[in-house]
Design a binder for this molecule. Structure first.
Ligand SMILES: Nc1ncnc2c1ncn2[C@@H]1O[C@H](COP(=O)(O)OP(=O)(O)OP(=O)(O)O)[C@@H](O)[C@H]1O
Ligand SMILES: [Mg+2]
Length: 328
C-alpha cells in the first residue's frame, strides 16, 4: 500500500507502438513530502514516465500508484490529487495570465467564491502580479514557465509533477523557480517529482535523485550518496600551451584513470593520493601547467561511471539515434 501522497512504481514499462521501449522496467519510490529529481539526457524516458504517472499514457506493463491510487484503475482519483506542469506548456497566447488562472480554477472545481482570491494569491506567488493582465503572447519563456507552475497549483495539489521546469530559463528565473519549489515542500509538504537535464538542479533541489538512461534507472540515492559512491576526486590540469596536452596527459596517467574532457586534462585520482603529491611531481618533472585543480565528484561523474558516457555526450548521441528506431 502506497503511503498517502507518495509515489510507488514497480516494473514500469512503456513501449510506443512505432517507437522504442521508452521506459524499460523501472522501480521508483518517492516518500510523501520528498523532492525526487529524475535526471537524464534527451530521450532517456523522463517525459514518458511523467505521462504514465499523471495518467496521460497507459503503461505497457508494471504498476504505478500515486497518492495510494492506481494510475490505471483510479485515474480520476489520481488526477484530483496531482498538479502537473508538462514539458510543453499548453497556454493560449490570446489569454492573459489572470484569464488562465480563472479558467483553470473553474476547470479544477475551485469554489466560485474562492476563485478570485486563489488566482490573485498564485499570481503574486510566482511573481506575475504586474503582468497578470497582459496577453501570454507577450510573456517571456520564464514568465510562461511560472504561469504554468501557478496553473498546476490552482487546486492545491498534494503531489506535483514538473517536467523540465527550468529548461531554457536564464539563471535568475531558474533560481527563483527552485526557491518556489523548495517553499512548496517546506510549507505545504507537497511531494515533488521533477525531471531535469541539469545536474546542478538535481543537486541543489532534490532530496533524492534517480538517474535514467535509455529507459532504465542506472543510479539512485541522495546527491551526496551518489557522489560518495564515486568516492575519489579528480585532478584537472590546464595546459599553458595546447601542444603540451599529450605530454601532460601522459604524465598525469600515472596518478589515475584519464577522464574525457575538452577543456583540460583530467584524471580520477587513485586511492590514497592527494593533490600535493601531484603538485610536487609536476614541479619536480618540470611539467608546464597554467593551473592544477582538485574537484570533488559531481553527478556527471556518477553518470559517466554508470553508463560510460557523459550526460552531455549522451544527449547528443540520443539525437543522432532518433531515426534508427526499432520497428514495432
Ligand atoms: N509519442 C511517441 N511515439 C514514439 N516514440 C516516442 C514518443 N514519445 C517519445 N518517444 C520516444 O521515447 C523515448 C523517450 O522519450 P521521452 O520524451 O520520454 O524522453 P525525455 O527523457 O523526456 O527526453 P527530453 O529530455 O528530450 O524531454 C525517445 O526515444 C523518444 O523518441
Ligand atoms: Mg522530456
Amino acid at each position: 500500500m502506497t503511503e498517502k501522497n507518495g509515489i510507488e512504481v514497480e516494473g514500469l514499462v512503456r513501449e510506443y507502438k512505432k517507437g522504442p521501449r521508452a521506459v524499460d522496467g523501472i522501480d521508483i519510490s518517492v516518500a510523501p513530502g520528498e523532492i525526487y529529481g529524475f535526471l537524464g539526457p534527451n530521450g532517456a524516458g523522463k517525459s514518458t514516465t511523467v505521462h504514465v504517472l499523471t495518467t496521460l499514457l497507459p503503461p505497457t506493463a508494471g504498476t504505478a500508484r500515486v497518492g495510494g491510487y492506481d494510475v490505471i484503475k483510479d485515474g480520476p482519483k489520481v488526477r484530483g490529487l496531482i498538479g502537473v506542469a508538462l514539458q510543453e506548456a499548453a497556454l493560449d497566447p490570446l489569454l492573459t495570465g489572470r484569464d488562465h488562472l480563472r479558467l483553470q480554477a473553474t476547470l479544477q472545481g475551485v469554489r466560485k467564491n474562492q476563485r478570485h482570491s486563489r488566482a490573485e494569491e498564485l499570481l503574486h506567488r510566482v511573481g506575475l502580479a504586474d503582468a497578470a493582465d497582459r496577453k501570454v503572447s507577450g510573456y517571456s519563456g520564464g514568465m510562461k514557465r511560472r504561469l504554468d507552475l501557478a496553473l498546476a497549483l490552482v487546486h492545491s495539489p498534494r503531489i506535483l509533477f514538473l517536467d523540465e521546469p527550468t529548461t531554457g530559463l536564464d539563471p535568475q528565473s531558474r533560481t527563483a523557480l527552485w526557491e518556489e519549489v523548495a517553499l512548496l515542500r517546506r510549507e505545504d509538504r507537497v511531494t515533488v517529482f521533477l525531471t531535469t537535464q541539469y545536474l546542478e538542479e538535481a543537486d541543489v533541489l532534490a532530496d533524492r535523485v534517480g538517474i535514467i538512461d535509455q529507459g532504465k534507472i542506472v543510479a539512485e540515492g541522495t546527491p551526496a550518496e551518489l557522489k560518495a559512491e564515486i568516492g575519489r576526486p579528480s585532478v584537472h590540469a590546464i595546459p599553458h600551451r595546447e601542444e603540451d596536452r599529450p605530454r601532460i596527459a601522459e604524465f598525469l596517467a600515472q596518478f589515475g584513470e584519464p577522464l574525457a574532457s575538452s577543456r583540460d586534462v583530467a584524471v580520477r585520482l587513485r586511492d590514497g593520493l592527494v593533490l600535493t603529491d601531484i603538485v610536487r611531481a609536476v614541479d619536480q618533472n618540470g611539467i608546464d601547467v597554467a593551473d592544477l585543480e582538485l574537484r570533488a565528484p559531481t553527478l556527471d561523474d556518477v553518470f559517466l561511471a554508470k553508463t560510460g558516457r557523459t550526460l552531455e555526450g549522451a544527449a547528443e548521441e540520443a539525437e543522432t539515434e532518433q531515426p534508427a528506431m526499432r520497428p514495432a
